[in-house]
Design a protein around this ligand. Structure first.
Ligand SMILES: Nc1ncnc2c1ncn2[C@@H]1O[C@H](COP(=O)(O)OP(=O)(O)OP(=O)(O)O)[C@@H](O)[C@H]1O
Length: 387
């Protein structure tokens, strides 16, 4: 049977399945498809990128070619890649709603679930868990973003592989005043590390004070185009400093996840980060214990960092009477064991939940994700959209 000839309409229809990797919408909805014509079995398509040197250009061209060649009656695809005019770009920004007044995207009536991940002290694996949890939630089909607000130890881009061959953190694309967060493993990521120049320790050391930090977090929540997210995770710096307080003020509806190690001695300092969150009106949704014991090859349990710390923090926060949700039961969501694959995945940008799903750490992180989703979103600090 002879195939019916392709038409510009059938080509446009096929192109509606091509998603812009950064904006995460069909390129046809973004007015990125210019002229489309068909001459016999040859289809010609013009694609208009948002900016010159768009890092997603290759991926878009590849996906466009593939979908055009998939149209019945097309044997050859001629793709011309151009760039939008300033007017076209402004129209797109307007269309995406990013050109409007500068109000934070995650206001009190936002449907996005916001979970701030905090810890009493540094190095307990907060960033590693945040990144893996985000990837796991994205793998379950949720639209997920991360704000890496750990200004003093931003590590999310590295853990998720958002670095080039020289180890430089990838920069977000800017379209007009809009910042498009890079996407890794299905997660939109913005990090303070993406806005610093240079790779040497001195030029990357951030010693900003409160007001500057507050403005930066505010800008992340205002100018970064996340689109509609189901979940936004925030990686906070350890402790109870300026950023935790800014996040509490900017996102009072945020829920807080406390990460601690198994040493009971670390419990008090971890508890404090939960208490500060409550004082700003946020709800503590649970505790995750990280670096828990591992089974050695001879079958013995090695508890390098002791045991019981997670239970202890959960117990203390459940008894704590401070703040709006004070006294509510705070569960220990999971205990994540020490794991070489988890650490290696963080070093190489291949999160363990994807790279090694059978690893005990992956199993525990999936448990955290399941429990959080089962809990549903709390309504504390949230304005319900009723008149
Ligand atoms: N369960 C674990 N098993 C083995 N290594 C781990 C585990 N969790 C984290 N690590 C490793 O510990 C180091 C510190 O982790 P990470 O950077 O996530 O900590 P953090 O709490 O975010 O620190 P900071 O707040 O100071 O940035 C990393 O090298 C990470 O790979």
């Amino acid at each position: 049977m002879a195939t019916s000839p392709a038409t510009p309409e059938s080509i446009r229809q096929a192109l509606s399945a091509v998603i812009d990797p950064e904006i995460r919408k069909p390129i046809t909805d973004l007015d990125m498809v210019g002229d489309v014509s068909v001459d016999g079995a040859v289809a010609s398509v013009t694609i208009k990128l948002t900016i010159v040197g768009c890092p997603a250009a290759r991926a878009i061209e590849r996906d466009v070619t593939k979908s055009v060649l998939g149209v019945s009656g097309v044997d050859d695809a001629k793709i011309t890649v151009t760039v939008m005019t300033a007017d076209e770009r402004n129209a797109l920004i307007e269309k995406l709603g990013a050109g409007k007044k500068k109000t934070p995207q995650f206001g009190p009536t936002s449907l996005t679930r916001i979970i701030a991940v905090t810890s009493g002290k540094g190095g307990v694996g907060k960033s590693t868990l945040t990144a893996n949890l985000a990837v796991e939630l994205a793998a379950r089909g949720l639209a997920v973003g991360i704000v890496d607000a750990d200004v003093f130890g931003f590590s999310i881009p590295g853990i998720l592989g958002l670095v080039d061959d020289e180890g430089n953190t990838l920069k977000p694309t800017r379209v007009g005043g809009m910042i498009l967060p890079p996407v890794a493993h299905g997660v939109k990521v913005i990090s303070i590390g993406m806005f610093l120049e240079g790779t040497d320790a001195a030029s990357r050391a951030v010693s900003w004070r409160g007001p500057m930090l507050h403005r930066t977090i505010q800008q992340f929540l205002t100018d970064v185009f996340f689109g509609d997210l189901d979940v936004l995770l925030l990686d906070l710096p350890p402790g109870t400093g300026d950023v935790a307080i800014s996040v509490g003020q900017l996102l009072p509806q945020a829920e807080v996840l406390v990460v601690t190690t198994p040493q009971p001695a670390a419990a008090e300092v971890a508890e404090r980060s939960g208490i500060v969150a409550r004082q700003t009106g946020q709800t503590v949704v649970g505790v995750v214990e990280n670096m828990a014991g591992v089974i050695a090859p001879d079958g013995t349990l090695l508890e390098i960092f002791g045991s019981g710390g997670g239970e202890e923090v959960a117990r203390r926060l459940s008894e704590d009477r401070v703040g709006r949700d004070g006294g509510r039961v705070v569960p220990l969501l999971a205990s994540v064991p020490l794991s070489i694959p988890l650490r290696e995945g963080g070093d190489s940008g291949a999160p363990v939940v994807l790279a090694n799903p059978a690893d005990a750490a992956s199993v525990a992180i999936r448990e955290v994700a399941t429990q959080l989703l089962n809990q549903g979103r709390g309504l504390a600090g949230r304005k319900l959209p009723f008149a």
